[in-house]
Design a binder for this molecule. Structure first.
Ligand SMILES: [Zn+2]
Ligand SMILES: [Zn+2]
Length: 338
């Protein structure tokens, strides 16, 4: 297989690049954020194409699909979404309605998608309490509520789904794709691996340079997603070293084991730093989050920093390396116990 062109990504203008000629195509859609694109793939399915992830729901991305779909040499036969984040499944409702094809998704991700898109609001006592515990001020909390409200408009959900389950296989055309489950970045992320092609469609589970967000969110305040993330990385790192990884962001790469190890080491180093910050001076989640992530420009950056800091603190707490103390203002202070 030629890898020519894989260092030069397609533009976010509907251009298609052949990864495996006639079998797997790569395209990009724009995202209105610092991470300004998502990679989507089309996999040959008989006379048509199976779509892998959809892009976020905007007028621009709908317009791109309006241009791409009629130019394909066959119909879209179904839509696979790796997980529930709106850049990955935001158009699943619009596309399944328009094309009348099934959506394939894990159960955990399908229901997470519905939760975020329907009656979901952060303006509730449990969530207020979560951010008070984290040490966030009231006005900053209001900013986060407004930001999460805007998420609802970014996802229009499909009304039904066909389940992807870890360990099972999904046949697409003549090829079999093994479903590789992952946790930590999202509840039941599905990556797809095809032995014949030696290709992993990794979604957000493995990205070449970015470390995907691993965070604790208010609807599960005592979660320990980093432990799940480590276990998922260990599993996906067992794939053959020459596997071509086709990720949802940035460029394709090889050697999933190497990248999984780098990501694990990145978090282990973050855990050590965080523990040393607690040793220097006990602090709240928000206070510690500024030490780990000083460069922040938006409420979205805030929520990512707070949730990621909390995920690392939860891991340290479970290991007995820090302790947590409730202060009079209702916030939690973390202290080194190591
Ligand atoms: Zn994601
Ligand atoms: Zn993503």
């Amino acid at each position: 297989m030629s890898s020519v062109g894989l260092e030069t990504p397609p533009g976010t203008d509907g251009t298609l690049i052949d990864i495996v000629p006639g079998q797997i195509k790569w395209l990009r859609m724009p995202l209105p954020m610092a991470l300004n694109h998502i990679n989507l793939y089309l996999v040959r399915d008989g006379a048509g194409w199976r779509m892998i992830d959809t892009g976020i729901d905007t007028a621009e991305t709908r317009g791109l699909w309006e241009k791409i779909l009629p130019a394909l040499d066959g119909p879209v036969t179904g839509i696979v979404c790796t997980h529930h984040h709106s850049d990955h499944c935001g158009l699943s409702g619009w596309l399944t309605e328009r094309l009348r094809v099934p959506l394939y998704m894990s159960r955990g991700e399908y229901f997470a998608m519905r939760m975020f898109s329907e009656q979901f609001s952060f303006d509730a006592w449990e969530y207020r309490e979560f951010f008070t515990r984290a040490g966030l001020s009231e006005d900053r909390f209001e900013q986060l509520v407004a930001m999460f409200a805007s998420f609802r408009t970014q996802t229009r959900v499909a009304r039904a789904f066909q389940r992807l389950r870890d360990g099972e296989t999904l046949s697409i055309g003549e090829h079999r794709w093994e479903i590789r489950g992952g946790e930590g970045h999202s509840p039941e992320h599905a990556s797809l691996y095809c032995r014949e092609f030696g290709i992993l469609l990794s979604g957000d589970q493995l990205l070449a340079r970015i470390s995907p967000n691993v965070g604790v969110l208010p609807f599960e305040p005592n979660a320990n997603p980093l432990a799940e993330w480590f276990a998922s990385l260990e599993r996906i790192g067992r794939l053959p070293a020459d596997t071509l990884v086709l990720p949802a962001h940035e460029l394709p790469f090889r050697s999933p084991e190497k990248r999984a190890r780098e990501l694990t080491q990145h978090h282990l180093a973050t855990l050590d730093r965080l523990q040393s910050y607690c040793a220097q001076s006990p602090d709240s989640v928000v206070g510690l989050s500024y030490k780990l992530f000083p460069d922040r420009r938006s409420p979205m950056d805030d929520i990512l920093a707070i949730s990621e800091t909390l995920a690392h603190l939860a891991y340290l707490l479970a290991q007995g390396r820090v302790t947590k103390h409730r202060l009079e203002d209702g916030s939690d202070q973390y202290r080194n116990a190591g």
